[in-house]
Design a protein around this ligand. Structure first.
Ligand code: NAD
Length: 487
């Protein structure tokens, strides 16, 4: 077993095991090989993790923001020094090619610790409000114990995107990674301790959909931040509402990417490919409905087909590989069933549509797939597939495409490719989404807020906005004179 961790959970600064918990295996998606055997958290483990977080949090919150920030920035440095090892682990955990993980996963996590460690000394200041003789001031205070629950597509990044703002703001966190990708978060916990984070502030426990509610319903938990699907989001938000916990919901999408006929075509094709095939299509903000203006449809499709058929699919640890397998057998089956629906409902298959024939063995590989002539009512145009399946839809004019792009329950992201910048701004202004791009796609540096609207969730990760979601306002009114009472 190539990645066997010391134990399943990391609580109060050390690895902890409880073999009473249901055993489960972590598989390398490229081969199906068992790389680690773990146990889901028992109720006793959940209690232990939350108790450790609750005990450690007040002292951490009382430290100066500069001192807290220094520890987080040290963690960023350690992550960068270990980028290769962390990236290999991320590749084993997810099946994503090392070519991607080495630039997009631990480095993005490190950016998060560096950013929040750097901004926190100035990022949580309050206001002074003059009131004539009296005055008031506000301060932002931490929430307490926060729970993070992760999806399997970016396990290290998700752990860091939640831990960094939570810790910077003075909270403690209990993080539950996806049961499909349990390993990376344990290493983040180890690194934080090495960087000087006091014990108990970042704890990792394992488990699946039956473990999550133990965290979400716990009375000592003040906030839940979930990255996952819309159905899970509904359940978690409903449970959190039971005792009015704060929530951040980073959920699924079916985002539109609109290509006008004046766009730089090679950039638009590249953007559409990145926004559909990166991480084998397992990215929440992917622009999976690619609306192409009719005049350029044929040229767009022929460039797209040629470039898609050149994608190097293979062993993820090989530096030359551009696309690895899907995360699990079940996820690949789900994507294949959507491909069947696309064919059955009359979309034109441009390329892909099955399993790559040059890859042998057990891996959960799938061909990058492009459908054209997709119409708005087709299942593949309405539901989140979460795999490398691009739907190309035609359109005639701006007003029409905006209306069609917005006809979805989702609102995570959207993109526009056009040479006319006035139009670019005008169109994004009318698209219902939380995160939008003009002439690029899917770039999410830590400096900018990321998150969705409509059924794609609420709250924001990254940027100063994330700090607001891990803190609350306290307002203090100061009376400077005598109290005048009428009785
Ligand atoms: P999922 O919803 O199945 O699971 C997400 C996490 O929630 C897992 O850790 C799971 O164990 C846990 N969970 C499931 N049921 C729960 C419950 N009732 N209570 C508490 N926790 C519960 O999602 P997934 O299949 O792991 O990930 C794919 C989905 O995540 C896609 O829909 C994708 O769009 C979305 N996603 C969103 C973002 C974003 O930032 N918006 C990022 C990545 C992935």
């Amino acid at each position: 077993m190539r990645a066997q961790p010391t134990a399943s959970h990391f609580i109060d600064g050390e690895y902890v095991e409880d073999t009473e918990g249901t055993a489960f295996d972590s598989l390398y998606p490229a081969t199906g090989e068992v790389i680690a055997r773990l146990h889901a958290a028992t109720p006793a483990i959940v209690e232990k993790a939350i108790a450790a977080a609750k005990r450690a949090q007040p002292e951490w919150a009382a430290m100066s923001p500069t001192a807290r920030g220094r520890i987080l920035r040290r963690a960023a440095d350690i992550m960068r020094e270990r980028n290769r090892a962390l990236s290999e682990l991320e590749t084993l955990d997810t099946g994503k090619p090392i070519q991607e993980t080495i630039v997009a996963d631990p480095t993005s996590g490190a950016d998060s610790f560096e950013f929040f460690g750097g901004v926190i000394p100035a990022g949580l200041n309050g206001d002074y409000i003059p009131l004539g003789g009296d005055f008031a001031y506000t301060k932002r205070v931490p929430l307490g114990v926060c729970v993070g629950i992760g999806a399997w597509n970016y396990p290290q990044q998700i752990a860091c995107w939640k831990a960094a703002p939570a810790l910077a703001a003075g909270n403690a966190m209990v993080f539950k990674p996806s049961e499909n990708t349990p390993l990376g978060a344990l290493k983040i916990a180890e690194i934080l301790i090495e960087a000087g984070l006091p014990k108990g502030l970042f704890n990792v426990i394992q488990g699946d959909r039956s473990t999550g509610p133990l965290l979400v319903n716990h009375p000592d938990v003040a906030k839940v931040s979930l990255t996952g699907s819309v159905p899970t989001g509904r359940k978690v938000a409903a449970a959190a509402a039971g005792n009015l916990k704060h929530v951040t919901m980073e959920l699924g999408g079916k985002s539109p990417l609109i290509v006008f006929d004046d766009a730089d075509l090679d950039s638009a094709v590249g953007g559409a490919m990145l926004g559909n095939f990166y991480s084998t299509g397992q990215v929440c903000s992917n622009g999976t409905r690619v609306f192409v203006q009719k005049a350029i449809k044929q040229e767009f499709l022929s460039k797209l087909k040629a470039r898609t058929e050149n994608i190097v699919i293979g062993e993820p640890l090989d530096e030359a590989t551009q696309m690895g397998p899907m995360v699990s057998f079940e996820q690949r089956q789900k994507v294949l069933s959507y491909i069947d629906k696309g064919k059955a409902e009359g979309a034109t298959l441009i390329t892909g549509g099955g399993l790559p024939n040059h890859v042998t063995g057990e891996g959960y590989y799938i061909q990058p797939t492009v459908f054209a002539d997709v119409t708005d009512d087709m299942t593949i145009a309405r539901e989140e597939i979460f795999g490398p399946v691009m739907c190309v839809l035609d359109f005639d004019d701006e007003a029409e495409v905006i209306a069609r792009a917005n006809t979805t329950e989702f609102g995570l992201a959207a993109g526009v490719f056009t040479a006319d910048l006035t139009r670019g701004h005008r169109v994004v202004d009318q698209l219902d989404a939380g995160t939008l791009w003009i002439n690029t796609y899917n770039l999410c540096p830590v400096e900018i807020p990321f998150g969705g609207s409509k059924q794609s969730g609420f709250g924001r990760e990254n940027s100063l906005a994330a700090l607001e979601h891990y803190s609350e306002l306290k307002t203090v009114y100061v009376g400077m004179g005598k109290v005048e009472a009428p009785y």
